[in-house]
Ligand binder design. Structure first.
Ligand code: HEC
Length: 273
């Protein structure tokens, strides 16, 4: 009985409705063709490996004193961070690189992401940060972080072996009630280490901890945790007079409250031309 009703009903439908029904079938076919939307394993992971994983890996290296907060080799973590990843990419915050695009090619160890790679990663986020099939992940082991400057040198310092290390004389105490504070601190240059003016070609910041928001110094540029080292083009540098001190303006930032006080011991490592 039911069958007959349906048959009758079908017969009664005008052709246009049938056609609409058909085309919406086609449409849903198109939606499931979203299989071609970028997936983590097929599309995002190789780009993370090329551009990000040198830092964003489990137990990653410290960059300017700070370890990257998540592993981008791991789908669950990458998905969790997806909105932040898009934001970090389109604002140019990641991969961390201080120089403007117009200086591309001028600096050693530069760290740029290609436009098409950036677009693919953003499309992956916008497409819902799909996982895809782990079998799509080609063996990338040899490719991790081949991009210049992302591999931490054996010295453990991004700028390689420093010629000069300066640090606070004694730890700076940041009290419980402080949220933001910008003291000026002197870093004494070790005796005999800097007797004539020299050209600084690279500078790396080793903040005492994540409470260091940024550091400004006339000789060393601006240091922001996670920014990595400050590198001048080959043959260029900033003249550092033979001062007994290097003066830095610190910016501390932390949540205030009982028991939140910290002592900070920030250092700077310099390469001289
Ligand atoms: C040279 C090391 C390095 C590389 C390469 C790098 N990151 Fe990071 N990243 C960090 C560090 C360190 C932090 C944490 C400190 C910070 O937020 O500045 C961070 C933080 C982040 C954050 C959190 C930002 C926030 O607002 O809290 C995101 C998202 C991120 N990275 C995405 C990426 C992506 C995507 C890439 C590759 C395209 C990448 N990173 C490449 C070192 C790196």
């Amino acid at each position: 009985m039911k069958l007959t009703t349906r048959a009758l009903f079908l017969k009664a439908l005008p052709a246009s409705v049938l056609l609409t029904g058909f085309s919406s079938l086609l449409l849903s076919g198109a939606v499931s063709a979203q299989d071609s939307a970028p997936t983590f394993y097929a599309d995002a992971l190789p780009l993370f490996q090329k551009n990000c994983v040198a830092c964003h890996q489990p137990d990653g290296p410290k960059v300017g004193g700070i370890t990257a907060p998540m592993s981008l080799m791991d789908y669950d973590q990458a998905k969790l961070w997806a909105p932040m990843i898009k934001n970090a990419l389109i604002t140019g915050y990641m991969p961390p690189w201080g120089a403007h695009e117009r200086h591309r090619g001028e600096f050693k160890d530069e760290r740029y992401i290609e436009d098409n790679e950036l677009a693919t990663l953003v499309a992956w986020v916008d497409g819902g940060a799909l996982e895809g099939n782990p079998a799509d992940a080609a063996d990338q082991s040899g490719q991790i972080a081949e991009a210049g400057g992302t591999v931490l040198p054996d010295s453990g310092w991004w700028i390689g072996d420093p010629d000069l290390v300066v640090q606070f004389d004694r730890p700076v105490y940041v009290k419980d009630d402080i949220m933001d504070w910008q003291p000026t601190v002197q870093m004494p240059v070790p005796e005999g280490a800097h007797t004539k003016p020299k050209w600084v070609s690279k500078a790396e910041l080793a903040p005492g901890g994540p409470w260091v928001h940024h550091i400004v110094s006339s000789h060393m540029g601006v240091g922001v945790p996670g920014r990595g080292p400050f590198t001048y083009p080959e043959g260029w540098g900033v003249l550092m007079p033979e001062d007994p001190f290097i003066t830095v303006n610190m910016h501390y930032h932390k949540d205030p409250g009982e028991g939140t006080a910290i002592t900070d011991m920030t250092a700077r490592r310099l390469r001289i031309l």
